[in-house]
Design a protein around this ligand. Structure first.
Ligand SMILES: [Zn+2]
Length: 446
């Protein structure tokens, strides 16, 4: 954003998904990174923070504001991302799969440290002056720990302009986090709203009951469950439900392997940042429980421990990253267990175009893992209830909560069909004009 002679960057993410999209990560920004005066983050996910190392390496050296939980999660994610970028480049060199003659990492761990030094805390809620020209207010977005929608008020020559960024809007009535809160109470000049699920509703039905059915069904036939999950957010929600079902004696206490060192660190942060907890979670903790830990819990740190899970032939649950099956240890577990019809795979989150997760979701008969086709015989179950993204009607609920008709609305963050469907729904429900933002679009704010 550029206003009052200052430049503010809101989020700075990696493109993920198809090769075409990922290629954009190598393009320079249309604006010289050195000329930005500040940056601010809505939340820690890599599609909102994962390009910061490139930005800083390219000369950005100003403050990056975020709330304390987002700073800690971003630190965790960026360090991991640096390693992953290095590993992927090394793997491309070794196995010669890259289109490039000399594959190199987009960035390395060395590029991450300078970013972490620029992260500066801002309040979790309420208002905060970034500068005399920019005032930011933060609202719970209910998406992951620390996630916020932002309302920015820009003062230029005595005139105020209000710009609202939805960030990623989360779910209503989910465990652990507060519901999304719409930034209501003022006129809005420009709204940027995400549209990830603009064309879809999530599966209905009580997630606890559905999960109990799945666990009992799979255990009865002697199978195991693999859940590809982001270490942050989905893993904690899943553990919360499992623990609740165990305590209510609705499922047996079978071993649960969380095969992701990052997931444990993230769970610690979820427990630590009480400012984000909803009333039910506070109540559960006050009763002396550990609502994010199942009874028969195993955390695997080393690759060796991870491989030993292959020897577990009795029913168990394995939670492992990555959530869209694009990489990580979950690949080993699927290679091991996809070919057995007694097993089940739970897909709990958004599966982007071009990912193996999307292929499973769309009923692929085989999946390519480590260069080999693996038959998909396991039961594939989509549980949108675990999604961290608002479904279509939840996005409309969030928009209705603004209680103001923005002078202009731009839809972002969705695949084209999703963004267009939300555009249509907004026009039908509210009679607002909304436009779908395209890559590199420029917009007048006032
Ligand atoms: Zn997100």
């Amino acid at each position: 954003m550029e206003a009052a002679g200052k430049r503010l960057l809101v989020d700075c993410g990696l493109f993920q998904g198809t090769d075409d999209l990922k290629q954009r990560n190598w393009n320079p920004l249309p604006i010289d990174p050195k000329t930005f005066d500040f940056a601010i983050l809505t939340h820690a996910h890599l599609d909102h923070t994962g390009w910061l190392p490139v930005l800083v390496r390219s000369g950005f050296n100003k403050s990056i504001f975020a709330n304390p939980a987002t700073i800690e999660l971003t630190t965790l994610l960026l360090k991991d991302s640096g390693h992953l970028q290095e590993e992927e480049a090394a793997d491309a060199v070794k196995n010669k799969w890259s289109k490039h003659a000399q594959p190199r990492a987009l960035y390395t761990s060395d590029d991450v440290e300078p970013v972490l030094r620029l992260l500066k805390p801002m309040p979790r809620s309420g208002g905060f002056d970034i500068s005399p020209e920019f005032h930011a207010e933060s609202f719970d977005a209910g998406h992951i720990l620390g996630s916020s929608s932002l309302r920015l008020t820009i003062t230029e020559n005595g005139k105020k302009t209000v710009v609202v960024f939805s960030g990623d809007v989360g779910r209503y009535d989910q465990p652990i986090l507060n519901d999304p809160t719409s930034p209501a109470g003022t006129a809005i000049d420009t709204l940027l709203c995400e549209s990830t699920y603009g064309d879809r509703e999530h599966e209905t039905g009580d997630p606890a009951t559905l999960l109990a059915d799945i666990v009992n069904r799979v255990v009865k036939r002697g199978g195991s469950i693999v859940m590809p999950a982001f270490a942050i957010g989905r893993t904690q929600t899943f553990m919360y439900y499992l623990r609740e079902l165990e305590d209510q004696q609705r499922i047996p206490k079978i071993p649960v392997y969380v095969d992701s060192p990052m997931a444990l660190s993230a769970t610690d942060l979820y427990l630590k940042h009480k400012e984000d907890h909803d009333a039910d979670f506070v109540h559960g903790e006050q009763n002396g429980g550990d609502p994010l830990s199942v009874h028969n819990f195993h955390l695997t740190r080393s690759v060796e421990e991870s491989k030993q899970i292959n020897n577990v032939k009795t029913p168990c649950i394995i939670v492992s990253a990555s959530g869209m099956v694009t990489g990580g240890r979950v690949l080993h577990h699927l290679a091991q267990r996809l070919g057995d019809a007694r097993n089940a795979v739970i897909l709990g989150g958004f599966q982007a175009e071009g990912t193996r997760g999307r292929a499973l979701q769309e009923g692929a008969k085989t999946l390519s893992l480590f260069g080999k086709p693996v038959p998909v015989l396991a039961e594939i179950i989509e549980m949108g209830q675990f999604s961290a993204h608002a479904g279509k009607s939840e996005l409309l609920r969030w928009l209705a909560g603004l209680q103001a008709v923005p002078k202009q609305t731009w839809l972002t963050h969705g695949e084209p069909a999703a963004a267009q469907a939300l555009q249509q729904a907004i026009s039908e429900k509210f009679s607002w004009k909304a436009a779908v933002a395209r890559y590199l679009d420029t917009v007048e704010l006032g």
